[in-house]
Design a protein around this ligand. Structure first.
Ligand code: C2E
Ligand code: CA
Ligand code: CA
Length: 447
């Protein structure tokens, strides 16, 4: 903010019409952001936007209307960005955007698409519906250049290319990035369609109680039956769904599907077991996840004791307090909570006691005897002992080898899940497994 008595900004610093930074401030911020990204080994991207028919509007409707339109456009562009992004107006018909926090350079395409799509609707200025066509050129650090001046030059080259292809569109400076962005957009579109066409289904992986050898639960794992391709596994699409927010819809579907299926097994007279559903961090950013869980339980009539939700440590990265509150609400419904992939994140035992969880899920390589030194083995034992001291159960996942199983047994883990017992299986296969147990373990009522 400008201090009282400070000299007015130089004309090139801020644009008097929109109040946005001009060319020189943008250049400074870009140079700083590059230095920062270099130190942290991160990527950044810039977008060079030109409004191609603004001159025509000025010429036909007058400069005053053109100015009002520019102000409205600056506001609209600002609304597509995060507070850490910088938008500047370096020239009459141009805007520049600095995205200092992109995970990968082609993430800039998401912002470009967002801007182009909001600009598709007309701006209503003094009783006129005005349409603007915009083109965007994108360049990225470190892929395209490592100096501010070259990055801007490359974004401009990309912009010129985008303009020659006609209509509103965007292009990256590098061809490789254009291909990646295009593939990603195609994948995102197929995922949207897949949700609408119900192409997802669940498989269930049994979880075994180490003391009784019986199935005590199962993890619901999503698969995608992609037309013309076959079954696609979550590692190939969950990440993109997370980024685009589609995971919220998929997650709610998986929750409802798993609860309804578990209820069906119980109604068929099979022994009640719990079903675990994975919740993504994105689902926790919404405040109503506890409500969604209660609503789904009500709709499917599943006893909450037979639902477990799995969450990873990264749900606590943002808003730890409100996440813990949400988890407590979910626990109070009677649903169980498991901390998934323990040992792969920033696993700290000391914060475990603050978390309202019922179970820790440890990944097998983390507790595989072959992979552990003597001191690591001692840590593995300490984790199980400490969890038990906090009345938190321990399940080992990804267990493949018999030596691992023996070691896990010696650690006094409570449950195991892994290929050593079973892969994730279809509803019919799970029905058969539960039915077999019913017939061959007459004592199951006692477990
Ligand atoms: P995860 O939650 O850690 O799930 C365990 C993964 O390990 C599953 O892979 C499972 O098939 C695999 N696995 C089980 N036993 C073994 C074993 O003995 N050895 C090996 N090498 N792997 C084993 P999957 O089904 O491909 O799922 C991958 C990840 O996708 C899951 O990891 C989870 O993070 C995510 N995911 C799956 N379904 C959902 C879902 O409905 N919602 C959300 N948010 N994420 C899901
Ligand atoms: Ca899981
Ligand atoms: Ca896991």
């Amino acid at each position: 903010m400008r201090q009282a008595g400070a000299p007015p900004p130089e004309p090139d610093h801020y644009d008097s019409l929109t109040g946005l930074p001009g060319r020189s401030i943008f250049f400074d911020r870009l140079s700083q952001a590059i230095a920062f990204a270099r130190r942290r080994n991160r990527a950044l991207a810039i977008l060079f936007i030109s409004l191609d028919n603004l001159k025509l509007i000025n010429d036909t409707l007058g400069q005053r209307l053109g100015d009002m339109l520019l102000k409205a456009t600056a506001k609209t562009i600002g609304e597509c960005l995060r507070s850490s992004d910088t938008v500047a107006r370096p020239g009459r018909n141009e805007f520049m955007i600095l995205l200092p926090e992109v995970a990968a350079a082609y993430d800039a395409a998401v912002v470009a698409r967002k801007i182009l799509s909001v600009m598709e609707s007309p701006f209503f200025v003094e009783r006129h519906d005005l349409f603007l066509t915009a083109c965007i050129g994108i360049s990225a650090y470190p892929d395209d250049a490592d100096k501010a001046v070259n990055l801007i030059k490359n974004a401009y080259t990309a912009l010129q290319r985008a303009r020659t292809s006609g209509g509103s569109n965007y292009l990256f400076y590098s061809q490789d990035m254009n291909t990646k962005a295009f593939n990603r957009m195609k994948m995102e579109n197929s995922l949207r369609l897949a949700l609408r066409r119900r192409e997802f289904f669940l498989h269930y992986q049994p979880q075994i109680n180490l003391r009784t050898g019986m199935i005590i639960g199962m993890e619901a794992l999503v698969r995608w039956n992609k037309p013309g391709v076959g079954v696609v596994y979550p590692n190939d699409f969950i990440h993109l769904m997370e980024e685009t927010g589609l995971i919220i819809e998929l997650g709610e579907w998986a929750l409802r599907e798993a609860c309804a299926q578990n209820r069906k097994w119980q109604q068929a007279g099979l022994r009640p077991v719990r079903v675990s559903v994975n919740l993504s961090p994105r689902q926790f950013q919404r405040h109503d996840v506890a409500k969604t869980v209660s609503r789904v339980l009500e709709e499917t009539a599943l006893d909450p004791a037979y639902l477990e939700l799995e969450l990873t440590e990264n749900v606590f990265m943002r808003n730890t307090e409100s996440t813990i509150e949400t988890l407590k609400k979910i626990r109070s419904i009677g649903v169980q909570l498991t901390l998934d992939d323990f040992g792969t994140g920033f696993s700290s035992l000391s914060y475990l006691k603050h978390l309202p969880i019922n179970r820790l899920k440890i990944v097998a390589p983390f507790i595989s005897p072959g992979a552990l030194s003597a001191s690591e083995e001692a840590i593995a034992r300490a984790i199980v002992t400490m969890a038990h001291g906090l009345s938190v159960g321990v399940i080992a996942e990804g267990v493949e080898a018999i030596e691992d199983l023996e070691f896990i047994y010696s650690l006094k883990c409570d449950e195991v899940q892994g290929h050593i017992f079973s892969h994730a299986i279809s509803v019919d296969e799970m029905t058969r497994a539960l039915t077999l147990e019913k017939h061959f373990s007459p004592t199951w009522e006692n477990h």
